[in-house]
Design a protein around this ligand. Sequence first.
Ligand SMILES: Cc1cc2nc3c(=O)[nH]c(=O)nc-3n(C[C@H](O)[C@H](O)[C@H](O)COP(=O)(O)OP(=O)(O)OC[C@H]3O[C@@H](n4cnc5c(N)ncnc54)[C@H](O)[C@@H]3O)c2cc1C
Length: 496
Amino acid sequence: MASAEPSRKAGYGRHVSEPPAALGGGGRPRLGPRLEGALRAAVGEGHLLTDPDLTASYERDWTGRYGGPAAAVVRPGTTDEVAAVLRVLSAESVAVVPQGGNTGLVGGGVPRAGEVVLSLRRLRGDVHVDPEDRLLEAGAGTTLAEAQQAAREVGLEVGLDLAARDAATLGGMVATNAGGVRVVRHGPLRRRLAGLEAVLADGTVVDRRGGLLKDNVGYDLPGLFAGSEGTLAVVTRVLLRLEPLPASRVAAFVALRAPEALGTPGAGRATATALQVGREILRLGGIEVLEVVYPPGVRLVCEHAGLPAPPDPGADAWLLVEATGDDEVTTARLGALLDAHPLVSATAVALDAPGRAALFAYRERHTEAIARLGVAHKLDVAVPLSRLARLAAEVVDAVAARWPDAATVLFGHLGDGNLHVNVVGPPPDDDEVDALVLGIVLAHGGSVSAEHGVGVARLPFVSRARHPGDLAAMRAVKRALDPRGVLNPGVLIPAG
Ligand SMILES: Cc1cc2nc3c(=O)[nH]c(=O)nc-3n(C[C@H](O)[C@H](O)[C@H](O)COP(=O)(O)OP(=O)(O)OC[C@H]3O[C@@H](n4cnc5c(N)ncnc54)[C@H](O)[C@@H]3O)c2cc1C
């Protein structure tokens, strides 16, 4: 299956903060010999990086839009080393940015103001699968692809998937409560999480790896840390629930023609059509994937990734569907629905893994194809399904009216009401387009961050997206667990 290894681009934009003078001169932040010595003692000589050539790949995010120089990169290899590093840094009130695979899309895993980067990638492997209780436990630096492979080897699956699987880590996925293409069936990471081990800012280790479905003794700390974006704790080990591998899977890439009755031509009408067909597909049961893509994105993917023309190249939208279950029943029911459907103009179907991967590529290669156009404003939004078509139409029209030369590429997780809105054209450091799109989303009662997290990118919108009481509670939790505010400051929680 196609995958995207993150590339890191050089150069810093406006979202980069200057190194604070207190951390050193010479244009780059430094910790000073005493602190550097303490960190070296904690992780070993080779795992404290200060040479700019070595730190560069940790300092810029996947989108190329966010990042800044780090005071140092520290690479602990065990939970004890993570705890030792945090004890040193919090005692001196030095800010630290946890980082996993650096595939995050909202600038939350890279330094902004001379923080120390705590790279968790060495906490990789040590993967244990318990087939009887259907649990997988692994170090937080283990990639999603490695966890998926370990589960498959014993006839189970993780139930989570996303195109960055070869680089995204389990710890990063917990921290962002990652979603992906299988949420419509299995839910986001928080629902797959059976427990974790994490280290608090002061070095205290929290161990909640019971793995039980029912265990009401106290607060749900794993649930709290899921989606906390490195602001409450550093995740060091992850326990996931597994699902049985289905007997078979069938994937379909379904071309749709939008009828005039569903509105004016464009993204709104295409989305309304996709929803109408998508709802009928969901009613069949056993649907694991229900994604939507549109002509601008499919054209880009074919151009940049060299994919063959899709079924009905003139279609208004395409659905990527995967159904699991009994081979003949699933295929027959899905086939019967699609063959007879008046809004379906063509369908490509695949049963074997290479064939399914070829169909998934039309959806999965969107992010990397868009990146080839330039630095994109990436908005990850969700609204109730009843509002999705209107949202798509309003967003595309509003952006075109303000920036006629901009490229707006939509794609997303139709079944979850989650669209990824990508706008290339307006300068990367101009936040006006973000405000325009997210204003429309909020007016529809939607979420300004469906699955990518808040990071720094969505921070200005949190106060509008959350009730003041919610914000007060979030700040109180943060103060209680990280009183010195050293864990990922400037991310997720607006200053108040
Ligand atoms: C091509 C592509 C496709 C993608 N598709 C999807 C998708 O379908 N669905 C989706 O949800 N996301 C998607 N993403 C976004 C990204 O892959 C996820 O957000 C992922 O969970 C990030 O994992 P990471 O290890 O790269 O984390 P990073 O990018 O390193 O960090 C992300 C956040 O987590 C924190 N963090 C990282 N590790 C830890 C830890 N061990 N403890 C505490 N905090 C930590 C960081 O401080 C940061 O705030 C995609 C990204 C790319 C590049």
